[in-house]
Write a protein that binds this ligand. Structure first.
Ligand SMILES: O=C(O)CCC(=O)C(=O)O
Length: 299
């Protein structure tokens, strides 16, 4: 018995490591999230550097505010927190990885019209390996996501492959060199859909997205979560101070202190680069960039 997904959708997720569910979040919730974003845009005016709530584009100035990411939006926006705990999000996730779910993190990637930053190719799993790979990210599409505005792109089936090298000169750089990993960007597919759709991608799938050079925004709200019995491997970028704090991240079902151990490939994201912070900062140390050499058409 499933709540939302058909067996064909579950098979497709298993095979490809990704899914798009169109029109999953009601328009009134999307409208409320857009209204919240406008408040954060006001907050960014006058800021000179990224802070605990907002990650700013390199081209940001206090007079021309440019937000790259709203950090941990579920902690600073009730509408984002309520959506996270709703069946709109948790229904399909329970169908894929079971009834006991824990939040890893949330983030709202802004990718604004004309300049929104690229995210280099990577596997989330390279940042936070766990004892099993029932770990995924739900992306809530806030603006229509098409080929032109830097959609999330994935390599279908790559979630069943290796965890690729995300190090440069022996330091974790949060991104992979596609050519060195034997992958051709032409094999990546875009996860497009109208606002209110959700994408789901497996933590091991190779993915990334190009600059948004179009004239309309591409805002994507991520909830990253895992089965409650997936525990971070030591050295993972998942941190938790105490079991109580870890269990406060339960989204539904029951926590456990018995991790499920599966035969999954792991590379530890250590040593960490001196430049800490968001994925955008960590990826600055890359030598070979995927998205400066491939445009939206062929990336
Ligand atoms: O916003 C995107 O297009 C990709 C984001 C992503 O993969 C990440 O933040 O880890």
């Amino acid at each position: 018995m499933t709540e939302v997904l058909t067996s064909a959708q579950i098979d497709a997720y298993d095979r490809n490591g990704c899914l798009v569910l169109e029109n999953r979040v009601p328009p009134r919730i999307i409208a409320s999230i857009r209204a919240e974003i406008a408040l954060f845009e006001d907050e960014a005016r006058g800021m000179t550097e990224s802070g605990t709530r907002l990650d700013l584009e390199d081209s940001h100035t206090p007079d021309d505010p440019r937000i790259r990411r709203i950090k941990l939006p579920h902690m600073i926006s009730d509408v984002v927190a309520d959506l996270m705990r709703s069946d709109h999000i948790l229904g399909p996730v329970r169908d894929l990885i079971g009834p006991n779910l824990r939040l890893h993190t949330s983030k709202l990637n802004m990718k604004s019209a004309g300049y929104g930053a690229a995210v280099e190719w990577h596997q989330d799993w390279a940042f936070y390996p766990h004892t099993n790979d029932d770990v995924l990210a739900v992306g809530v599409i806030i603006d229509d996501m098409g080929l032109e505005n830097g959609p999330l792109k994935v390599f279908p089936g790559s979630h069943k492959g290796p965890v690729h090298n995300h190090h440069v000169d022996g330091v974790f750089a949060g991104a992979m060199d596609l050519a060195a990993c034997g992958l051709d960007p032409k094999d990546a597919i875009p996860l497009t859909g109208p606002a209110g759709s959700i994408s789901i991608h497996h933590a091991r799938i190779v993915h990334g997205s190009a600059l948004n050079t179009s004239d309309h925004a591409r805002r994507l709200l991520f909830y990253e979560c895992m089965a409650a019995d997936a525990y971070p491997v030591m050295g993972s970028m998942t941190s938790f101070g105490s079991l109580e704090e870890y269990d406060s991240r339960m989204l539904c079902g029951s926590p456990t202190v018995e991790p499920r151990l599966e035969d999954v490939p792991v590379r530890i994201p250590l040593p960490q680069p001196e430049r800490r912070g968001s994925i955008y900062e960590i990826q600055k140390d890359l030598k070979n960039r995927g998205f400066s050499i491939y445009d939206n058409e062929n990336a």
